[in-house]
Design a protein around this ligand. Structure first.
Ligand code: MN
Length: 307
């Protein structure tokens, strides 16, 4: 079978995972960290940092990362991912959901869902609610309590010990995220107690079919009027609000970790993260550090090497 193998550094690994996030499928094989099924290629990321590209477009896909910069997708995203959203979505009553923390070595994954009936859209926009990537952490710390006070919402935290347990059992991040989104949506629907909504909008991280496959053993799978869209926080303010609530929860968790560790815990998975992790490893030891991190990330080994 034709294939290309790359050995990727951390930033390339992250780029690969971000680029293909919407195509994530289960990664069950030995040593696999993540797996992505594109229309004409399959990409598998291994713990060893090897990335295997297979299928008709293996070379084109791999070449996007060999150059160290991101070339355009060699094949158009499948129709499933491009699914157009209803025209009335931006002005409808919507429950939006989004997650954060997935690419950070330290701290949990958090997911939030937020119900924004159409008569509250303007209020949230006046509060300055928009794509969390366009807001500073401080702006989000100010905004989140206001959103929480004005909207029915649910915020869930998958703490690191539980994350690591699930990861060691073979759960992909995609599966964990799907379960968390579904749970948050169920919480919000329960709190709404029959209040009307037109759509549920999930900021898309997997193909629709993959999302529901992840939930094949879950009960109460929310399906009614569910729409998936990428960059959904730009489509409806409910997803932007959810992204801010999720981020706020994540920041609070990092604050608590920083307090416990006695150092400022950095976000992300950069070399700076390796350095802090190495310091904590020396001070607190491996089993403690594991409680604070997504233990399967490459940062673990890099931190050990720094010691
Ligand atoms: Mn998102």
């Amino acid at each position: 079978m034709s294939q290309t193998v790359l050995v990727a550094d951390d930033s390339t690994l992250r780029l690969i995972q971000e680029t293909y996030a919407a195509y994530e499928v289960e990664a069950n094989g030995p040593g696999m960290v993540a797996r992505f099924k594109l229309p004409h290629a399959t990409v598998t990321v291994y713990r060893s940092k090897k990335v295997l590209f297979q299928g008709a477009h293996h070379a084109q896909e791999a070449s996007r990362f060999q150059r160290g910069e991101l070339a355009p997708l060699s094949s158009a995203p499948s129709n499933e991912l491009k699914s157009s959203v209803p025209d009335d979505l931006p002005t409808a009553s919507v429950i939006g959901s989004d997650e954060t923390g997935t690419g950070d070595f330290f701290g949990p994954i958090t997911v939030a869902a937020c119900y924004v009936p159409k008569e509250k859209i303007e209020l949230l926009q006046e509060l300055g609610v928009k794509d969390s990537k366009m807001l500073t952490d401080d702006a989000m710390r100010d905004m989140a309590p206001l959103i929480a006070a004005s909207c029915i919402h649910s915020t869930l935290t998958l703490d690191n010990p539980k994350y690591n347990e699930l990861q060691e059992k073979g759960y992909s991040q995609g599966k964990m995220k799907a379960m968390m989104h579904n749970a948050a949506l169920n919480h919000v629907l329960r709190k709404m107690d029959g209040a009307p909504y037109d759509y549920i909008l999930i900021d898309q991280f997997a193909q629709e079919q993959t999302y529901y496959n992840h939930l094949n053993r879950s009960k109460d799978v929310v399906r009614d009027r569910v729409i998936f869209a990428t960059k959904a926080e730009q489509i409806h303010v409910s997803v932007a609000a959810a992204s801010i609530l999720a981020r706020f929860q994540f920041l609070k968790a990092l604050d608590a970790l920083s307090e416990r560790a006695g150092v400022t815990i950095p976000k992300g998975a950069s070399a700076k993260v390796d350095k802090v992790a190495a310091r904590l490893l020396r001070t607190y030891g491996e089993s403690e550090l594991k409680q604070w991190t997504k233990w399967h990330f490459a940062n673990r080994e890099k931190a050990k090497r720094l010691l």
